[in-house]
Design a protein around this ligand. Structure first.
Ligand code: ADP
Length: 311
């Protein structure tokens, strides 16, 4: 546990005492109330750099999955700790204020690190006020409804955060790659998804969509590690190799989803994720900057209580 973590104090106060002045300043500002956007401890505005600009065509071949913006692994623990402290504090304000809700969509090709991201970053959140929903092969009940039904049932209530580990995007990804519905059906879904997300946003949900981008070689190494490590073997399925053969189809499906569904109210971020430490730092930072943008403040206290002495 780092110094910054140990120093956590009451919400609303400056808490971090990390030796790195940038991280300290950032945490202080985050808990103090004013915006910290664009003042990354990494020295780059990751939210701006990694966001898919609405309307711009995404070409994943042009995005280096090993990018770390000049930063080194030995800085990562401290940066991640600073990010988690911000998230912890911001979630407290969200819970207290009930000033909206946050939906985090996590997508990535197999082994991209969705579970690891939840384990390393989202643990900043108090479980009271945060849910994680995994979206697997639809159940018969889910298939009997429209594809957005199960997503809508798991969207966050006011004051809370919902993390979707896979999401409604599977309905334009695996469904498209495997022809699970006719082409003319999935082709309509991009507009439907944008309309759905717009509806959520108009009703108080802030949406942030994270795509973890790894290279094909990195996936090979991670799958091999699962086979070679007895404790990880349970994660490996032969079907993973069949999916890997469809790498190019998945990349094409992702490119279209990222291109057509990154909007001002529900932006996509492409996170270079070959380096797990960078992935974690980047996701923490983008989430914290997004929550910062929600302008969350504590609700007013009852009038005149400052002078009360509890006997
Ligand atoms: P993960 O691979 O995320 O750890 P699982 O092993 O439970 O989790 O895999 C979930 C599987 O469910 C994935 O293969 C995914 O493609 C599939 N899936 C998710 N949504 C759908 C959908 N709408 N239609 C068909 N398959 C889906």
């Amino acid at each position: 546990m780092s110094a910054a973590r140990r120093s956590t104090a009451a919400p609303g106060r400056s808490t971090a005492t990390s030796g790195r002045s940038t991280a300290t300043k950032r945490q202080s500002t985050a808990t103090g109330g004013s915006s910290t956007r664009g003042r990354s401890p990494l020295g780059v505005d990751l939210r701006r750099r990694l966001r898919v600009v609405p309307g711009k065509r995404v070409d994943l071949a042009k995005i280096d999955p090993s990018e770390s913006f000049g930063h080194a692994k030995d800085e990562a623990d401290e940066l991640l700790e600073a990010g988690r402290l911000r998230l912890e504090s911001l979630q407290e304000r969200l819970w207290a204020s009930k000033g909206g809700s946050l939906l985090v969509v996590l997508q990535g090709i197999d082994t991209a690190g969705k579970d690891g991201t939840i384990r390393h970053v989202m643990t900043a959140f108090n479980p009271q006020g945060c849910s994680v929903t995994g979206f697997g092969v639809p159940t018969p009940d889910e298939l009997a409804h429209d594809y957005l039904w199960r997503t809508h049932r798991s969207t966050p209530a006011k004051g809370t955060i919902a993390i979707h580990n896979r999401s409604h995007y599977e309905d334009v990804l695996v469904v498209r790659v495997h022809d699970l519905v006719p082409r003319k059906v999935w082709r309509q879904r991009y507009d439907q998804i944008n309309a759905f997300e717009r509806h959520l946003a108009d009703n108080g949900t802030t949406i942030v969509k994270i795509f973890l981008w790894i290279s094909r070689d990195e996936q090979a190494q991670r799958l091999q590690a699962r086979i070679d490590t007895p404790e990880k073997r349970w994660k490996f399925k032969r079907a993973d190799l069949a999916e890997r053969k469809r790498w190019d189809d998945y990349v094409a499906a992702y490119e279209e989803a990222l291109t057509r569904c990154s909007t001002d109210v529900a932006p996509w971020y492409v996170i270079p994720s070959n380096r797990k430490w960078f992935r974690n730092v980047a996701v923490a930072e983008i989430l914290a900057d997004t929550m910062d943008g929600m302008k969350l403040t504590y609700p007013p206290a009852e009038e005149g209580i400052e002078s009360i002495i509890v006997e």
